[in-house]
Design a protein around this ligand. Structure first.
Ligand code: ADP
Ligand code: MG
Length: 358
């Protein structure tokens, strides 16, 4: 196992990048601590696979260095990095049996056959492939083949890190949950450094202790699931995490008071930024109170989500969502109030510190 350090990494797929727009990774400077369980979360195209392939050595970054512990591996080929990588789509040896596919990475390293057998049986049990152990991989479904790929990634106990690139994409929904739980359990038992790439917030938040959120080739926030929920550093994090995401309302700030639609809004502290930037107020739907007082809204849609309802409304021409109890009666003249403790202020998409915030 190792600590993975990415030092000022930039990567462009074009030979002569001119501006930031030419970089798939604009700048990544980050340490994955030894034994950590990380999720790399972001929308399609934000650079997740590029970053993973740079860690494993499939790609050499245009700029920057990668260190495994104190060793500079920037110019080392994949084989010398001792990394296990599971890709989005299955990579299996079709003519080999399931058993031999799983044994391959161990036999390759000349692990004694009795150890191989013990390990392969464990993985067969974990992935639910026991009954198919003796079958050739060729005739299996994509789902089963992906379980083999996943199992192969987990076979060797001595890797520096295990990288997963959206590994459950082709797995059926129920098995997804089972495998994710097993991965997490495996991490708890063996404490290996794991980096799990996904565009699905539920996957990220259930697998990882630390979630690294990427957006347009950059890391915009690193935090625990709670931190990402409570204090999104960037409006993208607020919007991407949560269901529905954080409400973002255009606001005005004159240096003293923040206003939405001309109405002053009470904040939990004093903004530490000059005025003159594009200001937005962020409030999660969980903290929007619907009632007879506050700012008037008009309801546009009510969605039932089991024990709660999502109320969609229009506030000064802006759409806003509130999550309320399922039995709540919506007033004839609805108004909203924001829970001040949960307000966040953004200037040009980045969160503004509020001095005196409890
Ligand atoms: P993600 O895995 O988050 O979906 P990728 O790392 O695959 O994102 O891609 C990041 C950006 O780099 C995208 O704009 C994508 O089109 C581009 N890209 C990825 N691979 C290549 C490649 N081999 N050649 C050129 N552009 C690429
Ligand atoms: Mg990808």
């Amino acid at each position: 196992m190792a600590r993975l350090t990415l030092k000022d990494i930039r990567h462009s797929y074009t030979p002569n990048p001119a501006s930031d727009a030419d970089y798939a990774l604009k700048r990544v400077d980050h340490v994955f601590e030894d034994g950590g369980a990380y999720a790399l979360l972001g929308p399609s195209g934000c650079g997740k696979t590029t970053l993973l392939n740079i860690i494993s050595g499939i790609l050499r970054p245009s700029e920057g260095e990668i260190h495994f512990d104190t060793l500079d591996v920037t110019d080392l080929p994949t084989e010398e990095r001792n990394i296990a990588q599971v890709f989005q789509f299955p990579v299996v040896y079709d003519t080999m049996t399931v058993y031999d596919n799983l044994a391959f990475p161990l036999r390759n390293r000349r692990v004694p056959e009795d150890v191989v057998d013990r390990r392969v049986r464990e993985i067969l049990a974990m992935t639910g492939l026991e009954e198919r152990a003796k079958r050739r991989a060729k005739g299996l479904t994509a789902d089963d083949k992906q379980k083999i790929s996943l199992g192969r990634g987990l076979a060797r106990p001595d890797v520096n890190a295990i990288l997963f690139d959206e590994p459950l994409t082709v797995i059926d929904p129920h098995m997804k949950w089972t495998l994710r739980t097993q991965l997490k359990e495996l991490h708890r038992r063996f404490g290996r450094t794991m980096v799990y790439v996904t565009h699905d917030q539920t996957e990220a938040l259930t697998f990882a202790d630390t979630v690294v959120v990427m957006y347009e080739g950059e890391i915009v926030q690193i935090g625990t699931p709670e931190e990402l929920f409570e204090h999104p550093r960037h409006t993208f994090v607020g919007y991407f995490i949560g269901s529905p995401g954080m409400n973002l309302l255009p606001a005005e700030f004159d240096g003293a008071t923040v206003r939405v639609g001309g109405r002053p809004v009470a904040l939990p502290g004093t903004p530490q930024r000059p005025s003159g930037e594009r200001i937005e107020l962020g409030i999660r739907p969980e903290f929007v109170r619907l009632g007879r007082e506050g700012m008037p809204v008009s309801i546009t849609k009510v969605e039932d989500i089991g024990r709660r309802k999502i109320v969609h409304a229009s506030l000064e021409g802006e759409t806003i969502a509130a999550i309320v109890k399922e039995d709540m009666e919506i007033p004839a003249e609805p108004h909203v109030v924001f829970d001040p403790a949960h307000l966040n202020l953004y200037a040009d998409s980045w969160r503004v510190e509020l001095e005196g915030r409890p």
